[in-house]
Design a protein. Structure first.
Length: 253
């Protein structure tokens, strides 16, 4: 029965959560506070440890968190890509913005476009009402197929300093090319938006994540806007491991 399968999956994931929490905590990257300068760099924190062993620090149970839903508007890349990067982030987080501007575009060019990588976004608002509002705005933009454009507009230099109030969200929606701004505003305040954001948020807290951005790369936890080479190495190792195992990412989803 599907119910039993879901229960087994939840138990399996639960078995890896404690390990992930320890890893995310040990490598924890202090989230940028809303009033901190964006000039603060990753050098203040220790980089994530990515071993030469492709399977070191990888928890297969956590790889099951990849949704691989072809219709997910908050994801990009093939649903059956061998590697899935799950990103838990907040639009008020300066380090999240740094990753979005400086690292993610290169990952898309190098790995998403050739079918190696799929990126799945999870809204993880931790800075209060403004963060929650931005998260719901991003979800609402996604309902009209403009999530990633909204993502780019919200993470543009100087954007978070302008806040994410109602009028500001509409402005970002227009910049993102959302066609029906009236519908967008309704979606922002909808039960669907609130439930979707809460689901992502609870998933992140369940993993022990306490800062943003936090990532999972095929079950390997990485905390913080790490240097590009950390993500390159993790993705390439995960792709190598997937190829060696002959595993298909598509599953039945």
């Amino acid at each position: 029965m599907p119910k039993n399968n879901n229960k087994k999956k939840n138990i399996a994931i639960g078995a890896g959560v404690a390990l992930a929490a320890l890893l995310l905590g040990a490598a924890s990257y202090s989230a940028t506070r809303p009033d901190e300068s964006s000039s603060v760099t990753a050098k203040e924190e220790s980089p994530a440890d990515v071993s030469a062993d492709p399977q070191a620090g990888v928890y297969p149970e956590l790889a099951e968190l990849a949704r691989r839903d072809a219709k997910d508007p908050l994801a990009q890349g093939r649903k059956d890509a061998p590697v899935v990067l799950i990103e838990y982030a907040d639009f008020k987080c300066g380090y999240c913005g740094k990753f979005a501007r400086d690292t993610e575009p290169d990952l898309v060019k190098k790995y998403v476009e050739d079918g190696t990588l799929r990126i799945e976004w999870r809204n993880f608002p931790i800075f209060g009402a403004d963060s929650e509002s931005a998260a719901r705005g991003a979800w609402a933009a996604g309902q009209q197929g403009r999530f990633w454009q909204f993502h780019a507009a919200a993470y543009a230099e100087g954007s978070k300093e302008k806040g994410f109030g109602g009028d500001r969200l509409k402005e970002l929606a227009r910049k993102a090319g959302v066609k029906d701004v009236g519908r967008f505003s309704d979606d922002v305040d909808s039960a669907g938006a609130k439930a979707a954001v809460k689901k992502d948020q609870e998933e992140a807290y369940g993993l022990g994540a306490t800062s943003t951005p936090s990532f999972l790369v095929n079950g390997r936890p990485i905390s913080g806007a790490q240097p590009d080479e950390v993500f390159d190495q993790a993705i390439e190792q995960a792709a190598k491991a997937a190829k060696s195992s002959g595993a298909s990412g598509a599953g039945d989803k």
